[in-house]
Design a protein around this ligand. Structure first.
Ligand code: 5AD
Ligand code: SF4
Ligand code: FES
Length: 362
């Protein structure tokens, strides 16, 4: 089995795509899969992971060198009218104290960020209708005017084509919207009935068609995820060709319906980062905060497995512990400049350089 996996990794590195049957072998196979025995890897499984990571790292280096791009993320509202079963910001979580930053607050975070060398600002929130299309467009326009050398990434959830179009015309460059799962049935187990997988997919296609650098992604090990779901995810991304891919382990949040569910596999997350890099050599792939939460050096290992982006927090410290998607999120007590310096040090220690650049898709 592992011999077969090595040759599939080689094939993926050469051809950048695999068939459904091949993905199924690589991600699962007849034996109890890597995925189902998280944290208890057999030596040969460890070898498969190392093999994929080494190849993926080489590919990442051939495209992006030893550069790591940083994005400053401003979590400007934790108010959300959706009820995703996995997320601590869900509308049904009445324990959470909600906040909304003003446009002035947000601009101030970005001003700090610019001084610290960020050339991409990511504006992220729950799905919060308080911020009208006009407000978002004005904010984007001001940022693009004040910082013409910066990229603006939005991550505001599902919107209409017209809204996405308005943000784009205001100057937004990129949009992050994880697809969460490419399997419609699985989507139904992660979300209440008023959310639809088809609309999620519609959003992603709209974003691409509007010329955004578009980011999708999944949680690894979300409840009810099977090998087949992950195969669907890889097949979807192989066809969709996202410019950005966000992958992190599922981590339970104590005030959600999934509070008792086990966390996702750290090793499997790294493996998928490597496979995504081999499939889409130019993709911008962050070593996510969730990866840094599940393991203290998770983000470093993510970079070494083929990721090339890190997204430190630029939110004001007073609100950081309120943007809790999952329990024990890192960096909630640290300031923007502390995180910025911390990342630079961590990257230097593994032989990578944080660069002052927009870090566009190449
Ligand atoms: N564990 C890990 N990731 C989560 N997200 C939301 N809740 C969790 C959780 N409990 C991810 C989702 C969402 C992104 C903003 O954060 O994939 O798209
Ligand atoms: Fe809201 Fe996004 Fe959390 Fe879903 S994942 S509850 S849309 S913040
Ligand atoms: Fe926030 Fe290290 S990145 S403290």
């Amino acid at each position: 089995m592992s011999n077969e996996k090595f040759s599939l990794i080689d094939k993926l590195a050469e051809q950048h795509s695999l068939s459904r049957a091949e993905w199924t072998t690589l991600l699962g196979g007849d034996e109890a899969s890597l995925f189902e025995r998280a944290g208890k890897l057999q030596p040969e499984e460890e070898e498969v992971l190392q093999y994929a990571a080494a190849k993926a790292r080489k590919v990442a280096t051939s495209v992006y060198g030893s550069d790591v791009y940083i994005r400053g993320i401003v979590e400007f509202s934790n108010t959300c009218n959706k009820n995703c079963y996995y997320c601590g910001l869900r509308a049904g979580n009445s324990k959470l104290q909600r906040y909304r930053l003003t446009v002035e607050d947000i601009l101030e975070c970005c001003e700090d960020g610019y001084k610290y060398g960020f050339r991409t600002f990511v504006l992220q929130s729950g799905e919060d209708p308080y911020y009208t299309t006009e407000m978002i467009c004005d904010l984007v326009k001001r940022l693009k005017q004040d910082y013409p050398d910066c990229a603006v990434t939005l991550s505001l959830g599902e919107k209409s084509y017209e809204e996405y179009k308005a943000y784009r015309e205001a100057g937004a460059d990129r949009y992050l919207l994880r697809h969460e799962t490419a399997n419609e049935e699985h989507y139904g187990k992660l979300h209440p009935e008023n959310m639809s997988w088809k609309n999620r997919m519609r959003c992603l296609r709209d974003l691409k068609s509007l010329g955004y650098q578009t980011g999708c992604g999944v949680m690894i090990g979300s409840p009810n995820q099977t090998v087949e779901c992950l195969v669907d995810d890889m097949m979807f991304m192989q066809e969709f060709e996202p410019e950005m891919i966000g992958l992190g382990p599922f981590l339970p949040h104590s005030d959600t319906p999934f509070k008792e569910e086990p966390k996702g596999s750290y090793e499997m997350t790294l493996f998928l980062i490597s496979l995504c890099r081999l499939m889409l050599p130019h993709a911008l792939i962050p070593a996510t905060t969730a990866l840094g939460t599940i393991k203290p050096d998770g983000r470093e290992q993510g970079i070494l497995a083929g990721a090339n982006v890190i997204m430190p927090n630029l939110s004001p410290v007073q609100v950081r512990d309120k943007y809790m998607l999952y329990d024990n999120k890192i960096c909630t007590g640290d300031t923007s400049s502390e995180c910025r310096d911390c990342i630079e040090r961590r990257m230097e220690l593994i032989g990578y350089n944080v660069v002052i650049s927009r870090g566009d898709y190449k």
